[in-house]
Design a protein around this ligand. Structure first.
Ligand SMILES: CC(C)(COP(=O)(O)OP(=O)(O)OC[C@H]1O[C@@H](n2cnc3c(N)ncnc32)[C@H](O)[C@@H]1OP(=O)(O)O)[C@@H](O)C(=O)NCCC(=O)NCCS
Length: 173
């Protein structure tokens, strides 16, 4: 997977995140504000170094994919989307973060679309995201593509779920 993207006159490259992207990942992570880290991870996380970033980069297995949007030179990351597939429930849980300086360019929508396609290809039945109730931007983004709100026990959070269409059945004459 490698796609060249032009958004508002800026060139980007979308591809899977690799272990060799560790420097770019650390740079992105350490420039995120506290509020963004809380929105994305649910709690604050200390600064990362290339030595401590391994678990955050992930392994990129079919069950846990990370897709990143890079600048043209592929040395800086503008946004990352993750998709965790549960083979039992066939639910794909997703999470997205866009660098503060790169927002409102369409990168969040782009990654969301990519993650939905990825989950569909892997045979998921639903795509879900756990979001803080006060996180209006992402709730608006998810609802705009058909996600529906499901309350969860903790009133500070919401679960948003998108039902994916069943695979079509080929009919032969
Ligand atoms: C939510 C987030 C991913 C959106 O990324 P983005 O690249 O700015 O989103 P887009 O440019 O694709 O915007 C798509 C739509 O989302 C909605 N949206 C995005 N940011 C918004 C904001 N600050 N206020 C209101 N609506 C917003 C709008 O409907 C927007 O469409 P429009 O620009 O045509 O009005 C980004 O703000 C972010 O990284 N937030 C912190 C991390 C987070 O909350 N992640 C979600 C939990 S996992």
């Amino acid at each position: 997977m490698l796609k060249s993207i032009l958004l508002k006159r800026q060139k980007f490259v979308l591809r899977l995140l690799e272990p060799t992207d560790v420097e770019a990942y650390v740079t992105l992570f350490n420039q995120l504000g506290e509020e963004t880290i809380r929105c994305r991870f649910g709690h604050l996380i200390a600064n990362l170094t290339p030595a401590t970033a391994g678990p955050f980069l992930g392994d990129n297995t079919p069950q846990a994919r990370a897709v990143a949007v890079f600048n043209e030179e592929q040395d800086r990351i503008a946004a990352i989307g993750r998709c965790y597939l549960d083979p039992k429930t066939k639910d794909a849980e997703i999470a997205i973060v866009v660098a503060e300086a790169m927002r409102r360019l369409g990168l969040g929508s782009l990654l969301l679309q990519e993650l939905i396609e990825l989950a569909t290809r892997e045979g998921s039945k639903t795509v879900s995201a756990y979001i803080a109730t006060k996180n209006a931007p992402v709730i608006k983004l998810l609802q705009s593509v058909g996600f529906e709100i499901q309350p969860v026990e903790n009133e500070d959070d919401l679960k948003l779920v998108l039902l994916l269409p069943s695979p079509s059945i080929a009919i032969r004459d």
